[in-house]
Design a protein around this ligand. Structure first.
Ligand SMILES: [Fe+2]
Length: 448
């Protein structure tokens, strides 16, 4: 359903703007005026500062929020290592990756029966290490149950960029509630406690990029100018929402790749008011302003970047989140699908819906809920069928990707894959390479 036709239920209210300084209070007067930490905050609340960057980070990068809550987050029993751990990690929490140069493609991942958002998390790929705040991890999630009652989760390791592929996520966070539907994404920053419920029991499936290093930002627009791609006003943060609940709660922390549990006798969702720049947010991919060639040649896919997490090397991302929305192709005398290429970056792709224009769909193809990985210097491009069609196509203006949305997590790092993703899930398409490029015909015809 187009975003414009969807009426957001009353319980979700949002503040618009990317990186904006927001404030929200559920009780008028809960936010102190002109200061952050009064001797006695209003209504007997505690003030708690929540830092997403170093205190001394430059002002334009500095991210922090002040929370005014019933009890500070510190009021919990000690954490103990959880009996349930994430797949793909060693006993000590380090991710167990294999590096392989082959192109990989996966059939749609199963929705694990009886799983919730936490137990249904599977590590697929990644690089780096959260203890040194380097790199990223890529998961798929699936669930047909809500998270256990009175359980909240946070990752101390990284920001979760969640791509909703199937079903809607009803996410309660410390800052308020987010409804994340198919074709939407959200970012839950490092440390923010949240829980995920299903909407009307509908199962969920999707992808997560966990960013160990820095935070996502909007890409610079350069000569594009001051508007275009993802516009800042379309990002939505929740308004404050609190519950005054003294029943037992469990907090699961992801810390250094391991899960730990702790108990407390109050809800972690007790923030009556907050202000600042460090908060979860969502974005409807249908609002992306897609830009492309109106003369000739296919631009680099970086033109489709929604969010970027820069590395210290200028112009080089730890991770870019890139989408391929429905769009018009009008380039003249041009091979219109993506070109054949090899890339120093690695490209993990997923399909939210529909068919991706560089690959034929159908059984064994690139399907919604599946994925592909073209790693550092992994050669790839259109499959033989797509090449033949595009080479002979009449170059009239053409709409591609109607009803489809593919995305890419692109990284400057070499991405490893896990035992689960390579073997255990049994979704790897053995004949991906052969079916895609093994049938490319020789066309060389030198002048006689
Ligand atoms: Fe590529």
């Amino acid at each position: 359903m187009p975003a414009t036709e969807f009426k957001v239920p009353e319980k979700y209210k949002y503040l618009n703007g990317f990186g904006s300084y927001h404030e929200s209070e559920t009780i008028p007067g809960a936010l102190p005026v002109g200061m952050n930490s009064p001797q006695k905050p209003a209504f007997g609340l505690y003030a708690e500062k929540f830092s997403g960057t170093a205190f001394t980070a430059p002002r334009k990068e500095n991210m922090q929020s002040w929370l005014y809550r019933i009890l500070p987050a510190a009021a919990h029993e000690p954490f103990e290592r959880s009996s349930a751990q994430l797949s793909g990690h060693s006993e000590k929490g380090s991710a167990q990756f294999e590096q392989i140069p082959n192109q990989l493609r996966w059939d749609p991942f199963d929705i694990e029966a009886g799983s919730d958002f936490l137990s249904g998390l599977e590590l697929v790929s990644g690089a780096g290490d959260p203890s040194t705040k380097t790199g990223l991890a890529i998961y798929v999630y699936s669930a047909d149950k809500c998270m256990e009652k009175n359980r909240a989760f946070y990752s101390a390791d990284g920001d979760f960029l969640i791509v909703a592929q199937e079903g809607s996520l009803d996410i309660q966070t410390e800052m308020g509630k987010l409804l994340v539907r198919q074709n939407e994404i959200c970012v839950i920053p490092r440390g923010v406690r949240f829980r995920v419920e299903l909407v009307e029991g509908e199962a969920i499936r999707g992808y997560i990029l966990e960013l160990f290093q820095g935070h996502f930002q909007l890409p610079d627009l350069g000569p594009i100018g001051s508007n275009g791609l993802a516009n800042a006003r379309d990002f939505q943060a929740p308004v404050a929402f609190y519950e005054d609940d003294v029943s037992p709660w469990h907090i699961t922390a992801k810390f250094g790749g391991q899960l730990f549990d702790s108990r407390q006798d109050h809800s972690p969702f007790d923030v009556v008011a907050w202000h600042g720049t460090y908060y979860p947010y969502k974005y409807d991919l249908g609002r992306f302003n897609t830009i492309g060639s109106i003369s000739f040649d296919h631009p680099d896919p970086s033109i489709f970047t929604v969010l970027t997490a820069p590395s210290p090397v200028v112009g080089t991302a730890v991770a870019d989140f890139v989408i391929f929305p429905p769009r018009w192709l009008v380039a003249e005398d041009t091979f219109r699908p993506p070109w054949y290429h090899r890339n120093t970056m690695s490209e993990f792709m997923g399909l939210i819906s529909g068919a991706y224009d560089a690959k034929a769909g159908g059984k064994g193809g690139f399907q919604p809920g599946g994925a592909s990985l073209h790693n550092v210097m992994g050669a790839h491009g259109p499959d033989a069928g797509t090449f033949d069609k595009a080479s002979e196509a009449t170059l009239a203006p053409q709409k591609v990707g109607d009803g489809a949305m593919a995305f890419m997590f692109e990284s400057s790092l070499m991405l490893g894959v896990t035992e689960w993703s390579l073997r255990k899930c049994q979704k790897v398409q053995d004949l991906y390479n052969e079916h895609s490029w093994g049938q490319l015909k020789r066309r060389f015809s030198p002048p006689k």
